[in-house]
Ligand binder design. Sequence first.
Ligand code: SF4
Length: 457
Amino acid sequence: MLDVTTATVSDRKALRINPAKTCQPIGAMYAALGIHSCMPHSHGSQGCCSYHRSHLTRHFKEPVAATTSSFTEGTSVFGGMANLQQALVNIFSIYDPEVVAVHTTCLSEVIGDDIPTIIKKSREEGKIPDGKIVIHANTPSFVGSNVTGFSNMCTGIVSYLAEKSGLSNGSINIFPGWLDPSDMRELKRLADALTVPFTLCPDTSDVLDLPQTGVYEMYPKGGTPVASIKGMGDAIATLALGEFTAYPSAQKLLDMHAVPFEKLDAPIGLTNTDNYIDALRRLGDVEVPAWIDAERGRLLDVISDIGQYFHQVPVAIFGDPDMVVGLTRFAIELGLYPKYIFTGATGRAFETRIKELLGDKYPDTVVRHGADLFELHERIKGEPVKLIFGNTYGKYIARAEDIPLVRFGFPILDRVGHRMFPVVGYRGAMHLVEKISDALLNHRDRTCAEEWFELVQ
Ligand code: SF4
């Protein structure tokens, strides 16, 4: 399928082939689903909304509801105000959400629709019922990526909803960045264990990982309640877990309500999870329960058991930047050799952070932002790796080069069950170790010479 790819890395400035990212509104839609009783609304044509919904549905294997302004040729000429106003009337009367979270698309951005003015006018004209909320984020897809869209909607959530009463509520805000629902559930499990009062925002657990009951709920019990989001301005601090998907909204909350924030990487692997636990311990002035220490110890035991098979194994990692940063640190902890570290998102901060993690021990590692999978394949053809970490799109390279792929990040469109198992925390790290060792050793069992085929590893 990718037979024409050569081992020569071509110099391209104005062309991306299979970019390692997708478009902004998908991220905005996903972030909005993390508010309780919220309807994401796509201000653009139907095709954008259909694509974004289906992409999320295919990853989470859950029906993702979202509405659209349903632009036509006329809208492109005269603007989308009438469509959005009619949409708001219809959404509140038919679907009755507590919040509508509007995000823009390429077309509405090119037209230049002024969403705050449309929301204001709609409220003045009684098109938004009393007590209902409309928020928005600008998500033009000709810049940025799904990561930017997620971050912009998180910043919109803070801008519209966070309030400050002047009385501290003693709580900690946890901004998880773009993680799966199982990861958010794991972050909450650990924070609960430390008995720290907290608000996780957004929170897609119990929204996109629902049990099968046979009954469809448009607004399931999950999602961060609006009342909790309003209280975020009274928190003692914010933990922001990821430079690209969490820092901007934490910065917004600092600017608006002077809530200080701590910057952490996504808590993937040993050290990153240690940092998360330690920050909760310090900020909450609490003790870490013994069973969390034991869980950490079990992870250490698994790592030491498997270390001989991971030592200096060259790997490629691609995906969204915060996830890749977290995983790169864990790969180093496991003794793997990160050879190629790619993200499709743009931002020199990615390269800076990765280079900090690598230090001077990996002089030939190629780190790229704004990158595509074509270049990754070219490089792997030139100097192969033994394992690829990435989303479903990595399967083409994996098949072409017969390299095992550990599915990681978003989207995973061709497997089920992944969304139920976290990659964050000590338990998530143990799950990752199992996936890595299964992939590596299965490949070795399948391809090694007979005299190396061992029953016991
Ligand atoms: S790139 Fe723009 S036009 Fe295409 S689906 Fe995304 S928002 Fe819509």
